[in-house]
Ligand binder design. Sequence first.
Ligand code: ARG
Length: 459
Amino acid sequence: MKLWQGRFATPIAADADAFNESLSFDKKLYKADITASLAHSEMLCRCNVISESDKIAIHDGLKGILSDIENGTLIIEGQEDIHSFVENELVCRIGEAGKRLHTARSRNDQVATDFRLYVRESSKEIISLLKNLVATLVDMAQKHVHHIMPGYTHLRKAQPINCAQYFNAYSEMFLRDAQRFCDGLKRINVMPLGSGALAGTSYPIDREITRELLAFDCVSQNSLDGVSDRDFVAEYLFDCSLVMAHLSRLCEDTILYTSTEFGFWEMPDAYSTGSSIMPQKKNPDISELVRGKTGRVYGHLMAILTTIKGVPLAYNKDFQEDKEGLFDAEKTVKDCIAIYTSMLQQITLNVKRMEIAAAEDFTCATDVADYLAKRGVPFRTAHGVVGKIVRYCLDENKTLENMSLAEYKMHCEIFEEDILSVVKAKNSANARTSVGGSSRASARAGIKSIKSRLKKLRY
Ligand code: ARG
């Protein structure tokens, strides 16, 4: 029997029932639903809307249901949604008192409250996973603070950089992601319970009591908005989408750097896959999958934005569509962060190969131009001189490192002996001591700053 069967002459058609149901996916909300009902009934009792004995019966009943679900003796099935399921089960167990639980409440403010409790918990779990990922990147940065690699623009070698600076760049991204989830908590943690179906309630309830019991920061200020605000879902999905964007960039680097063409990183065997036909293959499937899964998370963001856009005030059943996408995005993001954290811990760096690569392809050309500019040559003129030097090297099959001082002087009289140390890749990287730059000192400062911001995350 439906909770709402009273006014209907016939039961719902089987196909309509199957189409309408949400229990198959919103059963994930069982704990949030019971938690909110415990608080709601406590509040009803303190406000003298229900009796103490009814409240005790309701609490005992709800706690029994929770433990039976958790120990597997109660299977969640046979009802339209999780709210109907819990209420129905409660009435079966405790009778009349159970029928008082839904006083001064609607499934509309109930589901909005349950979902916020769920998304609040989930955000915290993602923040904690992101913290582990950043801690792993910090470990890698610390381990490689004495090593250099080529830095790229346009996927062409640009300037030598410190390896730690490279890992710090990803730490910055994932730290921002964690901060974004922390910030989102402010807007998630608003309690709609007490909004009723749409218009509030005439019972003498005290929303402050439920707010405190459920540890919400504040109560929603408009009941129409309270039951129909799904901004927090869109925001959570956007935050997930950016995590995936950042992971996907890291995947792309991993795939490139572990290729034999680059040869910078070695994929752990334990996180690689083979080919059914080519015996020699060692494929980066994990990275490709994470990169590929980015698409579905973006899809869920687009879906909720589209679902919300045409919905008139207040609650409409369209909002039932807010859950499956979020659950899928949640699982995807959590799985991807976790697997990448584990895999990174086992990736090894071919530091020799990276150091050699860092010196190739005239990566210190900017340093030569800077050398002249620091000695009075206008930078644009210096740029032109060095362009000619590069041309000369290409024609004569030379490098900036093996050119003689005489050859440098041929292009500009200002060059002195010290130019030969300026064009060493390590010196080039270490010369960029600006805040956040490629020097070892800057990278070390970056690590320190990341660690301190990681510690300061409040959620
Ligand atoms: N399963 C519904 C949802 O997820 C619960 C709220 C139902 N409310 C209603 N008026 N039919 O949105």
